[in-house]
Design a protein around this ligand. Structure first.
Ligand SMILES: *[C@@H]1O[C@H](CO)[C@@H](O)[C@H](O)[C@H]1NC(C)=O
Ligand SMILES: *[C@@H]1O[C@H](CO)[C@@H](O)[C@H](O)[C@H]1NC(C)=O
Ligand SMILES: [Zn+2]
Length: 464
């Protein structure tokens, strides 16, 4: 470990002397003064001086949670609602207080940049989301936005000066609550033409169009939404700090999870239609029960998932609706929504194929119509970039924090950012793995550890 630290010192002193030389050529460069100050900076001093203002950060987490449409401890913050607008203002204010220059794109992804000494290089980006599904908690996403701003503060207090610019992002609508589209902001940043078109005709449950909702929040979408798209290579790295949303780190008493891959999600909608009829009058041989077709398909989903032989393959029928839904009526229609994920895209796609075949077989044998089999989304998995994993790993080692490499089975904005940038994720433990409910909790010291690791990783990536 000692050799690693001295390697960092070497690269830093190399860098600072390089800057000293180059700065002589440009008397009017406004960065000269800061770079001269920087020349005295040593990373081993700073490791002990990477101090997180833990109580301050906790206060911010608590304050942000008060922008909610449901009473504490629950948090409900839906895209472009009044509370979302207030929360956005809060984030922009904190970014400003940290000396970041703030910009927003057409859908309200918010960026705060700390300009580095070589602003022409692709910056390093970090961040997450602050929207919250109904009756959820105050840490999901929030730790990765407020924690990122605090990581910038940590670096600034330590005297660090970035080479590549460092940027914090707050993504618009990671949760699908309002318009049924998850990771809306990051999908657009990653250049989804499909989503750009879809948003022109998307309405919420109150028939409010995406565009009207955005206007309410102060974003006018007159411009072509392709203005949101980022070119591949716009960032040299993207890294997201997040609560684990699972129990592993807490159970094993480990401080930091370093994500190596994000599982590939897919979702499917299925409708069966039969003849229905009176539950007493229609005899069993005469029936084509759409409800039983749905039940059989739900069991088939489980079977096909288990057939993969891998613990990483999962499948869930989270929605199963019967029509007309009366005790004395044979279901004439059924509707299922299936979620299946894997870190191996081929294996997951094979599961989808098998589910489709089973749906066809069941419809035939039960003489019900398969009126819909729609793959709603079928995203590829994302692998973290080795160089980002390594930077995070050495940050943990230098900070003497225990860590473990792991897979993210939930997906995040990182899944989509990986399409346009090298990606990495840092997990911290959370109480019993709870998430998306008011009991969601991460201990202040665990949050602080995550922020420290993020800060040091950002520092390394900025100089690389
Ligand atoms: C939704 O709004 C559009 C445009 O204002 C209108 O044409 C349509 O009839 C509305 N649909 C419903 C279900 O209210
Ligand atoms: C199934 O679809 C066929 C062809 O569209 C139709 O004739 C039949 O009535 C449908 N059966 C049921 C049970 O809905
Ligand atoms: Zn999240």
């Amino acid at each position: 470990m000692a050799s690693k630290i001295s390697a960092v010192i070497l690269s830093l002193s190399f860098f600072s002397s390089f800057v000293a030389i180059s700065s002589q050529n440009d008397e009017y460069d406004p960065t000269i003064k800061t770079m001269e100050q920087f020349s005295g900076y040593q990373i081993h001093d700073s490791i002990s001086s990477l101090s997180v203002h833990t109580q301050n950060l906790q206060r911010q987490i608590d304050e942000l949670s008060s922008f909610s449409d449901t009473p504490a401890p629950s948090v409900t913050r839906v895209l472009y609602s009044e509370k979302d607008v207030l929360a956005r203002g809060y984030i922009k204010k904190l970014m400003g207080l940290s000396g970041l220059s703030v910009r927003e794109d057409a859908v309200g992804n918010i960026f705060g940049r700390w300009v580095g000494s070589q602003p022409e290089l692709a910056p390093v980006l970090t961040g997450s989301h602050i929207d919250a599904i109904p009756y959820s908690g105050k840490y999901d996403g929030v730790v990765g936005v407020l924690g990122a701003i605090e990581a910038i503060n940590v670096l600034k207090r330590s005297g660090f000066k970035p080479k590549r610019s460092l940027e914090v992002i707050m993504f618009t609508s990671e949760e699908p609550t309002r318009f049924g589209i998850s990771c809306l902001g990051s999908r657009l940043l990653a250049g989804s033409e499909e989503l750009k078109e879809l948003l022109k005709k998307t309405v919420d449950s109150q028939n409010i169009s995406f565009s009207d909702a955005a206007t309410f929040a102060g974003y006018t979408l007159n411009e072509d939404l392709s203005s949101v798209f980022l070119e591949k290579g716009s960032y040299s790295a993207f890294i997201e700090l997040h609560i684990e949303q699972g129990p592993i780190l807490e159970e094993e008493g480990i401080s930091i999870g370093i994500v190596t891959a994000i599982a590939a999600p897919a979702s499917i909608k299925v409708d069966f239609e039969g003849n229905g009829g009176h539950a007493g009058a229609v005899l069993m041989p005469k029936r084509n029960d759409a409800g039983l077709a749905a039940a059989e398909l739900a069991l088939a989903v489980e079977k096909h998932v288990l057939e993969s032989g891998s613990i990483d393959t999962v499948g869930t029928v989270g929605i199963l609706e019967l029509h007309p839904g009366a005790i004395n009526s044979i279901p004439s229609k059924s509707h299922l929504e299936i979620d299946t994920r894997d870190i191996d895209e081929k294996r997951r796609n094979l599961v989808i194929e098998k589910i489709h075949k089973s749906a066809l077989r069941i419809s035939k044998s039960r003489e019900v119509n398969l009126s819909e089999f729609k793959i709603v989304n079928q995203d590829p998995p994302a692998l973290s970039e080795d160089s980002i994993i390594e930077a995070t790993e050495s940050a943990c080692q230098e900070l003497k924090l225990s860590y473990k490499k792991m897979i993210s089975r939930a997906y995040h904005d990182s899944l989509f950012m990986a399409r346009i940038s090298p990606m990495g994720m840092i997990f911290i433990p959370c109480y019993k793995g709870y998430s998306h409910k008011p009991e969601e909790f991460a201990a202040p010291e665990d949050v602080a550890n995550g922020v420290k690791v993020l800060a040091l990783t950002l520092g390394k990536l900025s100089l690389s």
